[in-house]
Design a protein around this ligand. Sequence first.
Ligand code: SAM
Length: 317
Amino acid sequence: MNEWRLPYTVGKIGTPPLKSQGIKTKLVPFIAQSINWAPGSSGRWIEPFVGTGCVALNVAPPRALLADINPHVIGVLRDIQKDVLTPQSVRSSLFEMGSELARRGEEYYYEVRTRFNETGEPIDFLFLNRASFNGIIRFSRKSGFNTPFGHKPERFSTQFLSKVSNQVAWARERMMGKDWVFAVQDWRDTIASAGPKDFIYLDPPYIGRSADYFSQWSDAEATSLAHATRESPAGYALSMWLENEHRRNDHIEESWGQTVIRTATHFYHVGASESQRKPMIEALALRPGYETSDLGTFITGRSLQKRMDDAIEPLFA
Ligand SMILES: C[S@@+](CC[C@H](N)C(=O)[O-])C[C@H]1O[C@@H](n2cnc3c(N)ncnc32)[C@H](O)[C@@H]1O
């Protein structure tokens, strides 16, 4: 059997069951192609800010330490790993909850939200995440999860239930037979455990004020993260936005010292029309020696297969 290693070309990107605003789905092919790392027989893929698990699930390394300070995102991933949340159980629970939502409307959403804030049940979190406004994960210190309802009461159609249970099946299949450890902990503990054979992938919250209690992130915190990571003996890659049409992010140059930068152009929509399609340059800052050769700026947004079929939009520009 061929040894697992990076880089590799991701054909079809998988989507995890949880959604979040900072999810890296579109950047997965860029990340997987920009890192040069072979774990050998013991190296671990380490994510101190694993969130929905999107990157780890797509990259699917043999050994991993996947951590986050938010116990609820880890709760869902762990329960899938332990077969507590299965494609069948998720489908039938969401069917019942979805039927109740269709009958009672948003009142039911808020009832589940109150229950979740008392019990922390992973299935309730998954329901709320998929029924909430834009799948935003937002907690407050006092009242817990507080994202409002954001869809029609008929959200949980047969088709949608299949989609979510397939996402659970996909996540389960990606974890199966792998040595993955999930942990609820601060990034400092995660980075402190990294050894020379490990590779750390970092996707911290944006610097600035965040509405989410679990994603408070300051300049000082970002600077200590850079310091601790550079001190670590492991390889690393940091995902961070670099430039949009209004400004450039100086944090990488200021705090990360000697890194190799690879870039991807990512388009996001601020409205419905094409003229409201805005470019954002995303960077991957890598420890020197862990980069693949520079092929230019990666363009996200179309599947690899489609780009190859059409040969219109190049992978790199
Ligand atoms: C940008 S998101 C990561 C998204 C992830 N890469 C994905 O694709 O879903 C940042 C994550 O950092 C977590 N976080 C914030 N502060 C943290 C801390 N001090 N230690 C560990 N995790 C933290 C948040 O809970 C959030 O899940």
